[in-house]
Ligand binder design. Sequence first.
Ligand code: NAP
Length: 308
Amino acid sequence: MTGPLYDRVALIGLGLIAGSMSLAMRAAGLAHEITGHARSPETRATVREIGLVDRVCDSAAEAVAGADLVVLCVPVGAMEEVARAIGPHLSPGTTITDVGSTKRAVIEAVAPHLPQGVHFIPGHPLAGTEHSGPRSGFAELFRNRWCLLTPGPDCDESALTRLADLWRGMGANVETMDADHHDLVLAVTSHAPHLIAYTMVGVADDLRRVTNSEVIKYSAAGFRDFTRIAASDPTMWRDVFLNNREATLEILGRFTEELFALQRAIRTGDGAMLHSYFTRTRAIRRGIVEAGQDTDAPDFGRLPRRGG
Ligand code: NAP
């Protein structure tokens, strides 16, 4: 067990990520006190009922008062509103970070509202499920997952080290990178794949009427994993696409070109092209398993899901 790294951690937004952070920090004894605020009275009542944080506050300003670490865990599109509300209540020396899935847009939304003397270190844990809300959190969510931090050039080294230690204490591996680079990498690895899954499930939904629900009945043939991804939170994903527009459009442009090439190979019966393409993609899958980012187990390597 690592000793407490922070005296008071304030979590703004109390859903899957904040809930998992609170449970992981508690399990490893990383904070003396964890305060929290969510927008709706319903969510705050749930968090009180299940005791997810030590103190639930009715305003974000109250939650951040006296905190030495503030973590913004709201959808990307709500970051600016929250930063504006808490900015005047942050003390010099406080570290403020976020867990948003896009980084450049969050930096532009949050930084202008922060007072001098606070350390802003944007972050993004590459861990999640298709579930949301405070009941969906679990302490092991970040274990052996990456957390990417995107500090600016003037970032305070000791604040960065402490935040990285917090993520390591919660089980994550930590890497730092430039915010724009983060957005491009995530467009390839997460954002475009989600859009493709949303599209595929949309297409199948249209076809369902033609195939009398056979799409559902035989879904284990590959479609099922698309449906899991396409069940992800609509607000979160709307905000991701609106806030990582350029990189996502760049990757989708490339995707469309590849799709046309494959379409052409199918039409012209170019089996050699298809075979060599699929051999290349299989090697990528092997690389992911070897990097410990998934298992080779059947059932698409999925373990039973925790949480609701
Ligand atoms: P979530 O489970 O839907 O929780 C979001 C929380 O934010 C809720 O407690 C919600 O409160 C609160 N909220 C929304 N707007 C707010 C506002 N204006 N002021 C105060 N609170 C507000 O979401 P999540 O999955 O934890 O995602 C949170 C962040 O993590 C997002 O930025 C997302 O991009 C990022 N992220 C998500 C994943 C993932 O797979 N889920 C992975 C990595 C990073 P109410 O319940 O009261 O509406």
